[in-house]
Write a protein that binds this ligand. Sequence first.
Ligand code: ATP
Ligand code: MG
Length: 575
Amino acid sequence: MKLSKMHIKTLREVPAEAEIPSHILLLRTGMIRKLASGIYGFMPFGWRSVRKIEDIIRQEMDAAGGQEIHMSAIQPAELWQESGRWFAYGPELWRVKDRGGRDFCLGPTHEEIFTDIVRNDVSSYRQLPMNLYQIQTKYRDEARPRFGLMRSREFIMKDAYSFDRDFEGLDKSYDEMYKAYEKIFTRCGLTFRPVEADTGAIGGSNSHEFTALSEVGESEIAYCEKCSMAATTERAECVDAAAETESMLALEEVNTPGTKTIDEVAAFLGLDKTKTIKALLFVTYDDEGKEKEYVAAFVRGDRELNMTKLINALNIPEHAIEFADEEKMAAATGCVGGFTGPMGLHDCKIVVDSELPGLRNLCVGANKENYHIKNMNYGRDYEGDIVTDLKLLKEGDPCPVCGAPVKHARGIEVGQVFKLGTKYSESMNAIYKDENQKDRLIVMGCYGIGVTRTLSAIVEQHHDENGIIWPMSVAPYHVIITLVKPGDEEQAAVAEKIYDELMREGVEVLLDDRNERPGVKFKDADLLGIPVRITVGKRAPEGIVEYKLRRDNDKEEKTVEEAIKAAVEIVKAEK
Ligand code: ATP
Ligand code: MG
């Protein structure tokens, strides 16, 4: 393609809301264009890279036995009501009505639709296993769309669903998808780590996230260098502190004026924070959005509450819980903001972290303004309605598998695989007849890749101060020929010759024949990040051009033939 004929609009200035490199660069290169908050369109270069990612996914999904189909983005509410997610998915579900008032949603994911297809079409064990997938536009009315394609309200996802006869079959399907994902993200040029993940609103038992490592990522992962433990911090188990053996001392109410935080009370009483208990107060909501109950969660003072673990313990959707209004909760339960403890609380669910029962003589709020109680002991003085691990695994905490101190890293979740089991086949009655004509539930898995988020993640990992540095496999074009003086006939002829020959070799090539200053062209070539640049300038009449890889600093003079050969070779090796 000749740049003089192309629709290209690079920007010198980008809107201030673009904070991270991938968002800035995708806007500056003109690859994406914003239509509304979290809604983007793709311009020629951007769309070419999206399609390359899609092609890689398609090839690996097909190789793993997937069959591509394409479903509508619009889904009837009835299917979501059947699975129970019309409520569970919450305000992220983009609901719409048709002119007759019938409810629909713009699909954020397609478990219901694929389960519906399979329950209608599959009747015998002979038709299983099966893996269906699509690459399709998804909608989620995110509370905080941000970072461009990273968290948008409309995005492209590859979603696959596996259907097996039994759990053994599911394990195999899951494993195949896991391996296909490793190939896909490797081919996309990403440095990534598969980590154990929470199953969230989609449900199911077992899950991994594929995390592209990046400082700007919204996922926090914990991993161990001594063993293979790696999990999102949401999911990671946290080892309880060893149970203490000291004898229980008598309760003691102490005056602690104005000490509302753990830091304040620990400092005031001269206690280590590990000798205190922290309270966190919540209210939950029912299916109709009405207040359901108050919840007080207790963890050791130096720990942090892991919200995902609390939500899972309560078995409620993420959107059905909020921090409580302390005054309102006080009237109903007897808690006192800043001085809440488990003793004497009423009409409130008490959730206690699993290590607290083993600890002795802790200090906690007295449910009385300006007072704490010392020597509080589980069993003797208070009990929990639920006792479970509620702790966030912090950097340096012992690894739940081997005990070595864990490390933390940030990353971008580019894909996730789930073992759904029979969650959807049960609620939607997807059954097949086995060898003995007995009805059995189909066992399912689901597997997502954020195609457009992957594009952002690639840019995040491959750029410098001058622009993007595309890996060959996903570059919008492989080679850019920079023609220094388009008016010079000899230069133009050499550039055209290289252009024609590269195209004949199947190389995707751009010819920058615009009437622009060379400096502008070099800047744009760097910004766009085309992997190979061949500059045709002064020495063209002698058959000499300049050859440069975007990822390297040095340039080399080569004959026209050498430059063509080098370009063809590197493109073939890396595309
Ligand atoms: P997140 O935790 O980031 O909100 P999720 O776990 O809800 O994502 P999944 O339901 O697992 O996402 O969706 C599959 C994939 O789709 C994700 O791994 C991610 O790559 C992509 N994705 C999810 N939400 C968005 C979004 N708002 N914008 C762009 N891509 C997204
Ligand atoms: Mg996910």
